[in-house]
Design a protein around this ligand. Sequence first.
Ligand SMILES: NC(=O)c1ccc[n+]([C@@H]2O[C@H](COP(=O)([O-])OP(=O)(O)OC[C@H]3O[C@@H](n4cnc5c(N)ncnc54)[C@H](O)[C@@H]3O)[C@@H](O)[C@H]2O)c1
Ligand SMILES: CC(C)C1=CC=C(C(=O)O)[C@@H](O)[C@H]1O
Length: 256
Amino acid sequence: MKNLRHAGRVVLVTGAGGGIGAAIARLYCEEGASVALVDFDEASVRQQAALLREAGHTVEWANADVAQYDACARACAQLAAKLGPIDTLINNAGVSPKHNGAPAPVWEMHPQEWERVVGINLTGSFNLVRVLTPSMVERRFGRIVNMSSVAGSAYLPIVAVHYSATKAAIIGFTRHLAGELGPYGITANALAPGRIETPMLKTVSAQANQAVAAETPLRRLGTPLEVAKVACFLTSNESDFVTGQVVDVAGGWLMR
Ligand SMILES: NC(=O)c1ccc[n+]([C@@H]2O[C@H](COP(=O)([O-])OP(=O)(O)OC[C@H]3O[C@@H](n4cnc5c(N)ncnc54)[C@H](O)[C@@H]3O)[C@@H](O)[C@H]2O)c1
Ligand SMILES: CC(C)C1=CC=C(C(=O)O)[C@@H](O)[C@H]1O
C-alpha cells in the first residue's frame, strides 16, 4: 500500500533533471504530491517530467538557472499558477566542478569560477527561498530542505574549495532560516549526503569510489532514492517538530 503522506502538497525540486533531484521528485509524486521540477538542463527536466506524467503523476516543469533570481521568480510564478502555492521547497541543484579532470587547487582557481559555484550552490538556494517564503509566511506553513554535503564539515580531497565552502554555508543558511521562519510555521533542514551514485560521480574513478565504500560502515555508496526518502520524511507530518537540523545520509561515512 502506497504512503500518500504528501497528498495535497505542492513541492518544488531544483536540479530535478537527474541524479538525486530526479529521485526526490519521483518519490514526492509517489507519495501523492503535485511536483514542480526545475533544472537548467531543459532536455533532462522535460524528460523527467514526461516520465512522471506517463506514470499518472501531476507535474509541471521549468527550465531555469537557480543562480539567476529573475529566472527563479518567473519559474515559480508560472509553476504556482499551474499547481497552486508551493509549500515545500527542495533546494537540491548543485555542481562540483573539475578542472582538467581534478578539483582545482585554491591557488589556481579563477575568481569567476568561485563566483559561479557560489552562485549556483549557495545563492541559488537563497533565490528560491526569497521567492517562495512570502507566500509561506502568509499561509503560516512551509517546509524547506537545503542540500549540503559531508563536504560542508569534513575535508574531502575529491572536491574543490568553493564546493566545501558553499556546502558549509548552506548549514548556516539553514539554521538561520529555521530560527527566522519557525514562528511562521515553516521548518528548514539540511541534508548532508555522503557519496551517492549519480551522474556527479562520473568524474571519479571506480577505484576511488571503492575506497570510500570500504571505509563506510555500511560498506557501499548510497543511492539517490535513499536521499529522497530522508527529504520526504523531513518535510512530512512525521517531522513537524524538526527544524534547523543537518541530517547525514552517508552510511556512517565520515561521522562527525
Ligand atoms: N552525488 C553525491 O555524491 C553528492 C554528495 C553530497 C551532496 N551532493 C549534492 O546533492 C545535490 C545533487 O547532486 P547530484 O549528485 O544529483 O548531481 P547531478 O549532477 O547528478 O545532478 C544535479 C542536477 O542539478 C542541475 N543543475 C546544476 N546546476 C544548476 C543550476 N544552476 N540551475 C538549475 N539546475 C542546475 C543539473 O542539470 C542536474 O540535473 C547537489 O547539491 C550536490 O552537491 C551530491
Ligand atoms: C562526485 C564527487 C565529486 C563528489 C561530489 C560531492 C561529494 C560530497 O560529499 O558532497 C562527494 O562525496 C563526492 O561524491
